[in-house]
Design a protein around this ligand. Structure first.
Ligand code: M6R
Length: 608
């Protein structure tokens, strides 16, 4: 969590840093701050709360300077207040440091430093870094940083500046991302490309245990043995516009609305006009996939829900046993390596610490790792053997929407690709399935067009303090996803259940006030789902039913009905989730919640 940005150059420095922080604020937004070197003098401004509060603080000031760093925080150690906001300073207030990650041994380091006379001003783990750099400083900031990080245990991306060694930013990383943006007579650093892509498209990725000394005109990267490294420069092809709101009141709404175009784009990337499925970027050999004996999927949050659906699809089309774990639990299993097992990671950001840790664990046990990732160049992308890019474009809203749909579609295509490789699905079957798939963009658009209807349902229910979501089969994970969307952006308690489990306990919750969202398209589990909805109605629950268009039978048991177009069962989760995203969005906005930056959350969860 947390976002880091830095700039060296002649542009308006506070504006470059503030715009960068605003773009990184999905990584955390409980406090922020900047430190600037002007005429070799260090100044720091910090503010509790969202970035606009820091902007207001800086507005009346005319800040000069050509070296600066900034930080937006997601609190781990210490409450979100001004003292705990970064940048942190050393004793003498000559060195400023921003940090993303967690320093696990900070307490013992802090005690040592306090014994040496260092005075701490915050409760954070990060402040020890500034004092450690001070302890080792003998005129060269890079040397002091190199020595300081040798004391650290944990994960970090660090940027440091000093008025005693001005004109440079020193950065290093271990376990938390950091990119360097290259310009002419100016350079940038950031936790991700998003914050600096409007300034430069030439990017260098810093790897673990690498250090860089960055001036206006030069970037020197070294490994931890001090060897200078030749780093590849990556050219980014997307524009800053892709990560802007473009007139929408919220990123989440924009991202929901983008879904038909994203689905169209994925189909054209992975499917020829003759319905041949292809994954040109996959770094894994067909032979390896063909010989796969089991998939072990691990992911968090919404990506985990996509993983649960992947199990149905891979087992159906590729007839390969598939297990699904939440990443933070996966690590406590006794993995039994066996020929042909592949660990699959799903991640929008490609930086989720729990998911990344599982990849490292799996690789240490000689498993091959295949990842579905949205962010190119992210840690998960770079550390996986094989990769399928989900191609949903920058997703900024904390609640994942378009990338979930992109994950589901890529999983569907992958399951067919694998099924064909293994000889379980013929090309003529794929032709028929692809025909159904090509209907999706228009079908999603028809759901988006139900905006007013879904808003009316939201108006009826937004005062409820609790919701239940139920689904079966391939749409059981949809119920989990619907509940997660609602709770994370509206703070209404919501739980998703496999509908068959209601009678084993949760049915006791149902009364005339409880909204029960029932995901009940015409699929193999429809009859059973129908019976469950009747059970809810018999106990006077308020049913909001997602049903296939023309399903007249269900109308009598639905207080509200949201029709979805008839579709293939395996594709139905792509459609059923759309009204659930819209329902949550509308409820949250009616309640006046900040849907893009819900309390306590961050988009990219880079702590374990
Ligand atoms: O970037 P990832 O897909 O690895 O993120 C996983 C979860 O943190 C993420 O899906 C989270 O649950 C979202 N807030 C859900 O909307």
């Amino acid at each position: 969590m947390c976002g880091i940005v830095g700039y060296l150059g002649n542009k308006n420095i506070s504006s470059v840093l503030l715009v960068g922080l605003e773009r990184l604020s999905y990584r955390g937004y409980d406090s922020s701050g900047i430190a600037i070197l002007s005429k070799n003098e260090l100044s720091v401004w910090k503010q509790q709360g969202k970035i606009h509060r820091l902007s207001e603080l800086l507005k009346p000031l005319s800040i000069q300077g050509n070296v600066g760093i900034g930080h937006t925080r997601w609190a781990t150690h210490g409450v979100p207040n001004e003292a705990n906001a970064h940048p942190h300073l050393d004793n003498e207030e000559k060195i400023a440091v921003v940090h993303n990650g967690i320093i696990e041994n900070f307490l013992e380091l802090k005690k040592d430093l306090q014994r040496e006379g260092h005075v701490f001003r915050s409760e954070t783990d990060s402040e020890v870094i500034a004092h450690l750099i001070e302890r080792h400083f003998e005129g060269s900031l890079e040397k002091a940083v190199e020595k300081a990080v040798k004391n650290l245990k944990g994960a970090y991306a660090i940027a440091a500046i000093s008025e005693n060694d001005p004109g440079k930013i020193v950065v290093c990383r271990k376990g938390s991302p950091l990119v360097i943006g290259l310009g002419k007579g100016e350079n940038y650093i950031s936790s991700d490309i998003n914050a600096i892509v409007s300034h430069t498209k030439n990017i260098m990725y810093l790897e673990d245990n690498e250090f860089a000394v960055i001036t206006k005109n030069e970037v020197v990267v070294k490994n931890d043995s001090g060897e200078v490294l030749e780093k590849e420069i990556h050219h980014i092809t997307w524009d800053a516009e892709a990560s802007e709101k473009q007139g929408y009141p919220h990123y989440m709404l924009k991202e929901i609305q983008e879904q038909p175009a994203i689905v169209r784009n994925i189909i054209s990337k992975h499917c020829t006009d003759d319905s041949i499925i292809q994954f040109p970027d996959l770094r894994m050999k067909d032979r390896e996939l063909k010989n796969s004996s089991r998939f072990i999927i691990q992911a968090c949050g919404t990506s985990w829900h996509a993983g649960l659906i992947a199990k149905y699809l891979i087992e159906k089309y590729a007839r390969t046993p598939t297990e699904v774990d939440i990443s933070s639990e996966f690590r406590y299993r006794s993995l039994l390596p066996e020929q042909g097992q592949i660990v699959v990671a799903l991640s929008q950001s490609g930086e989720t610490a729990d998911t990344l840790a599982c990849i490292r664990e799996a690789k240490s046990k000689f498993f091959k790792v295949l990842s579905f990732v949205n962010v190119l160049g992210s840690s998960i992308d770079r550390e996986s053997d094989g990769v399928i890019y989900t191609h949903s474009g920058p997703e900024i809203g904390v609640a994942s929407t378009k990338n979930y749909v992109a994950q589901l579609l890529n999983i569907f295509l992958f399951a067919l690709y694998l099924g064909k490789l293994k000889g379980h699905v013929s090309q003529s079957e794929i032709d028929d399935l692809v025909k159904e798939m090509r209907l999706l963009p228009d079908q999603i658009q028809s759901l988006l067009d139900q905006e007013e209807h879904i808003m009316a349902i939201a108006e009826r229910h937004h005062q409820s303090r609790e919701f239940i979501f139920i689904g079966r089969g391939v749409n059981f994970p949809t119920s989990l996803e619907g509940a997660l969307k609602l709770k994370e952006i509206s703070y209404i308690h919501a739980t998703g259940y496999p509908a068959g489990e209601l009678k084993h306990g949760p049915i006791a919750l149902i009364d005339e006030k409880l909204p029960v969202v029932c995901v009940a398209p015409k699929t193999a589990t429809y009859d059973k789902m129908f019976a469950n909805i009747q059970e809810v109605k018999a106990r006077k629950g308020q049913t909001i039913v997602i049903a296939t268009e023309g399903d007249d039978d269900i109308v009598d048991y639905a207080d509200d009905i949201i029709p979805i177009p008839a579709c293939l069962e395996e594709l139905s989760p792509i459609l059923t989730v759309i009204p659930l995203q819209m329902l949550s969005y509308n409820i949250a906005t009616l309640l006046g919640c900040d849907v893009d930056q819900p309390r306590n959350l961050a988009k990219s969860v880079t702590v374990e």
